[in-house]
Write a protein that binds this ligand. Structure first.
Ligand SMILES: NC(=O)c1ccc[n+]([C@@H]2O[C@H](COP(=O)([O-])OP(=O)(O)OC[C@H]3O[C@@H](n4cnc5c(N)ncnc54)[C@H](OP(=O)(O)O)[C@@H]3O)[C@@H](O)[C@H]2O)c1
Length: 225
């Protein structure tokens, strides 16, 4: 992908743990980024932190309200806690039409976050798709990658499952995740997001046992994949 062909990515709630980690990786890879927040001043601070961390190596990164960020981008990543997914999407829905929405949400139900408890729709990603309708292509990804690894700067030792009903949208997101330094796999239709979302609660139990940020690896692939 040449710089001119790189999509403009908005990260809504991009001031948080996962959002700042993803922003770091995509900015370093030369993607034009918009950090969205409920509070544009908070987004300005997140952009300043990113610039000082990447020491001028970042592509254009802008700060905006979530609504303006969604309007200005070609692809939108939602990185807010599950409890705020619905309200945040409602606040930007008119800006999402015709775009790809990347859903990273893990529907954890505190206090039992180590127990799989998926919503009635089957998954947070399917809920988002039902809420937004067919005009938005929801792609689910990244639920199993710990923000701490993305923020660390070292290579991310974790694969990514990517689920979507649109083959083309799914491939775009697979390519974006590869640009951020991870292997991403086509993992089937959006309904399969249930598996990726559920896996996070499984990983939380491993994290507790080993005081780590565990991830997943796909094995058995042909050589040189
Ligand atoms: N952390 C991880 O390691 C990880 C890994 C995989 C997936 N995820 C998923 O990624 C998403 C974000 O996780 P996170 O750890 O980055 O969360 P977080 O840091 O707690 O929050 C992310 C952002 O959400 C926004 N937010 C907070 N309360 C809100 C509200 N009431 N309404 C609207 N927006 C609100 C805030 O942005 P503003 O205040 O700037 O608006 C905040 O910076 C979650 O769905 C999580 O399941 C996280």
């Amino acid at each position: 992908v040449t710089d001119a062909n790189k999509q403009r990515i908005a990260i809504l709630g991009g001031t948080g743990a996962l959002g700042t980690g993803l922003a770091q990786r995509w900015a370093a890879a030369g993607y034009p980024l918009i950090i969205g927040s409920r509070d544009p001043n908070k987004a300005v601070e997140a952009v300043a932190a990113l610039h000082s961390m990447l020491a001028g190596g970042a592509a254009a990164v802008q700060a905006m309200s979530n609504g303006d960020a969604a309007a200005a981008a070609e692809l939108v990543v939602l990185t807010v806690p599950y409890a705020h997914q619905r309200a945040t999407l409602e606040s930007v829905r008119s800006q999402l039409d015709g775009k790809i929405l990347v859903a990273v949400t893990v529907p954890l139900m505190p206090p039992k976050v180590g127990t799989v408890q998926l919503p009635a729709a089957g998954s947070a990603a399917v809920e988002a798709q039902q809420q937004l309708g067919d005009g938005v292509r929801v792609v689910s990804a990244l639920q199993n990658v710990a923000a701490a690894h993305l923020q660390s700067g070292h290579a991310v030792d974790c694969d990514v499952l990517v689920c979507a009903n649109s083959k083309e949208a799914r491939q775009q997101v697979i390519d974006l995740i590869a640009a951020a330094g991870m292997r991403a796999f086509h993992a089937g239709p959006l309904a399969n997001s249930a598996a990726a979302e559920a896996l996070t609660s499984v990983l939380i139990n491993i994290n507790r046992a080993f005081a780590c940020h565990a991830g997943i690896r796909i094995t058995g692939l042909p050589d040189a994949t």
